[in-house]
Design a protein around this ligand. Structure first.
Ligand code: DGP
Length: 117
């Protein structure tokens, strides 16, 4: 049984967030702890905890994450220079909130994809 996170409250507007886009399938809002000049989270309104929980029934909804990401990137003025779309899964992926979400990061050169250790 999936457990709701703070993101469900953001979707229902029960707690404040800087929502930049919302439709019947997805919600996008600015990350509370931005890692780049533009850092927006795009999430399905339906609770899907992790990438491991995705099914074929979610394909339309998850496809919407990409079309909304492209739309927001244009609105933010970062489409031409480029940006990064990222999803973390479980502990090794660094996932903190168990409501699947796409990070849209941009507004500066983002450097290598992974920190070297
Ligand atoms: P991840 O590590 O992929 O699970 O990223 C979770 C992100 O969610 C992290 O960058 C911070 C952000 N976040 C956590 N709680 C809140 C919140 O209450 N509001 C907003 N806007 N962002 C949040």
């Amino acid at each position: 049984m999936a457990v709701e996170t703070i993101f469900s409250k953001i979707i229902r507007k029960e707690i404040p967030a800087d929502i930049v886009y919302q439709d019947e399938l997805v919600t996008a809002f600015r990350d509370i702890n931005p890692q780049a000049p533009t850092h927006i989270l795009i999430i399905p309104n339906k609770l899907i905890p992790t990438a491991n929980d995705v099914t074929e029934a979610d394909e339309t909804t998850l496809g919407r994450l990409f079309t909304v990401a492209a739309r927001i990137a244009k609105e933010e003025g970062i489409a031409e220079d480029g940006y990064r779309l990222m999803m973390n899964c479980n502990r090794h992926g660094g996932q903190e909130v168990y409501h699947i979400h796409m990070h849209l990061l941009g507004g500066r050169p983002l450097g290598p994809m992974l920190l070297r250790q």
